[in-house]
Design a protein around this ligand. Structure first.
Ligand code: SF4
Length: 346
């Protein structure tokens, strides 16, 4: 084993040594880390180092986010990976009723330990409807749960309205292949991220949706968008080959490669001010021992799922998320005010 360690690529050893000293990975460092084979010793060391650093920063804590898909429609974003793209979807326009929505919010509150709840809408969405749902969620949420938005391109005034309704953070991303495998404008996606920040909301970013065809350069360019904007959380997500979507035929990367990519995101982002949480999506144990400490429980419609309620298909619930985090060795989950709950398996 000692001989094995002697053979570690010296550049990788230096990147990891720097990380231990509090210096995050540069673009060049990230390219070097991503070029390692996912099953190499170097990749394993990078995953372990990322996990160790994030656990040290968070006192070995993780968080569970929830997401409710509010509506479905053939979406003009027409993303080649999404079950709602207007060119290929079988979804018709529908919205979650007030009662069904309230039941889902109450379901998330049935047990303590939800850090934040995303309300997800389509690219083109009705702001009034969204704000009504946000106000209702704020009323129903018990305890210090943060209320978050996952919506299409949005201007600063609409984000200010959301803030008044209780939203504190926004998930928004300029996706890999934006403008090529989607019908959306990459500049507008980035502008929306800036608009959220201008409105005083936190920005949650992600390197997504990663497929086997993406080059290391594309991954690095994309992951640094969130970093350059000063995101509050970062993450990695692999693309799911949703049946019937144009990108289904391209397949997906392994969870081990996703773990490696998650580790690179963590090593690039961990030194940012306030960066305590790194996500992996969909939740995996490999990701949660590779630098991730955020998992998401999902219900309602979902871009990665042709089912009308992902909680009955791909989506994990709170209990499954909690058990996964326990199995990955986390000692605490955090509420939205950062208070800690000791983590035990149920
Ligand atoms: S990912 Fe979002 S923008 Fe793209 S088609 Fe799906 S709902 Fe529309």
């Amino acid at each position: 084993m000692v001989q094995q360690f002697m053979r570690i690529d010296p550049k990788i050893a230096k990147i990891l040594e720097n990380a231990w000293a509090g210096v995050s990975a540069s673009r060049q460092d990230c390219l070097h880390l991503l070029a390692c084979n996912e099953h190499s010793l170097e990749a394993a060391l990078a995953r372990t180092a990322a996990s160790h650093i994030i656990r040290e920063k968070s006192d070995n804590s993780a968080i569970i986010l929830g997401q409710i898909g509010l509506e479905a429609a053939p979406c003009p974003g027409n993303c080649g990976f999404c079950s709602f793209g207007k060119g290929h979807t079988s979804f018709e326009k529908s919205q979650l009723s007030e009662d069904a929505f309230a039941a889902k919010v109450r379901g998330f509150c049935a047990e303590d330990g939800l850090y934040g709840l995303y309300l997800m809408a389509m690219h083109a969405y009705d702001l009034d409807f969204f704000l009504r749902r946000a106000r209702l969620a704020r009323e129903l949420l018990r305890g210090p749960v943060q209320l978050l938005a996952n919506v299409g391109d949005t201007g600063p005034d609409a984000f200010r309205e959301m803030k008044k309704a209780g939203i504190t953070g926004v998930y928004h991303v300029c996706r890999l292949g934006e403008g090529r495998t989607t019908s959306l404008d990459p500049e507008q996606r980035i502008k929306t991220m800036e608009n959220a920040l201008d409105a005083g909301l936190q920005l949650f970013s992600c390197l997504e949706p990663v497929g086997p065809e993406h080059s290391d350069e594309e991954l690095v360019d994309n992951l640094f968008i969130g970093i350059s904007l000063g995101c509050a959380q970062h993450a990695a997500m692999r693309r799911v080959p949703v049946p019937g979507t144009p990108l289904e035929r391209r397949g997906y990367i392994s969870n081990l490669r996703l773990g490696q990519i998650t580790a690179v995101v963590a090593l690039a982002a961990f030194a940012m001010p306030g960066m305590t949480y790194i996500g992996v999506h969909e939740p995996t144990e490999i990701g949660c021992v590779s630098g991730a400490n955020v998992v998401t429980a999902e219900t309602g419609v979902n871009p990665r799922d042709p089912a009308t309620d992902t909680s009955a298909n791909r989506g994990m619930d709170m209990a499954a998320c909690r058990n996964m985090l326990y199995d990955c060795g986390f000692h605490f989950i955090r509420r939205g005010d950062e208070s800690k709950i000791p983590l035990g398996k149920r």
